[in-house]
Design a protein around this ligand. Structure first.
Ligand code: ZN
Length: 181
């Protein structure tokens, strides 16, 4: 099972390499099957697109471009033209196709179409008003980037259920030991 902590497709995709500043970051897209599952669990497409190793390599390239663009915005640097080119190349290709059916929306497409859908989400994110709301999770080591749409910009964690609770539990244990006043 993959995690979608921040609810923004492109940023959750960037988060498939976790704990980026660790010596050994955790790779969640370890094979093409994991990529297939990410697309299905993330609601990008209904059925596994049968990604192959080339799709996986392309996915990792796109993911790293998205993360680099997010990081550039967080650090208020200009973004690298190479990263923009990778993103725009995918955003320019055909995305997942949608159809309205009795049961709801049918989403279908190849792994390349899924990557285009993720890239388009990233273009809308970085090019729109949400780009000013990017934050990095406050749990040391997490490195997940999210959009802080909270009132007053006070959201601290990529996800309250995971990182927020872990930090609060650690503070509670520390207080119990008398480490923190
Ligand atoms: Zn986090």
């Amino acid at each position: 099972m993959h995690a979608f902590p921040c609810g923004t497709l492109a940023l959750d995709f960037a988060g498939t390499l976790r704990a980026r500043r660790d010596e050994r970051p955790r790779e969640m897209l370890e094979d093409a099957r994991a990529l297939d599952l990410w697309f299905v669990e993330g609601g990008v497409v209904d059925a596994a697109p049968q990604a192959d190793p080339r799709d996986l390599a392309a996915a990792v390239e796109l993911r790293e471009a998205i993360y680099a663009l997010a990081e550039a915005r967080l650090e208020e640097r200009s973004s690298s033209p190479a990263d923009v080119a990778v993103l725009n190349r995918w955003a320019d290709s055909s995305p997942v196709s949608l159809a309205l059916e009795a049961e709801g929306i049918r989403r279908s497409g190849s792994a390349a179409a899924c990557l285009s859908t993720v890239a388009r989400n990233a273009v809308e994110l970085f090019g729109g008003p949400d780009a000013a709301l990017l934050r990095e999770c406050g749990r040391p080591g997490c490195t997940q980037v999210y959009v802080d749409r909270s009132r007053g910009g006070r959201r601290e964690w990529c996800s309250m259920r995971t990182c927020g609770n872990r930090v609060k539990a650690a503070h509670f244990r520390a207080r119990q030991r008398g480490v923190v006043a």
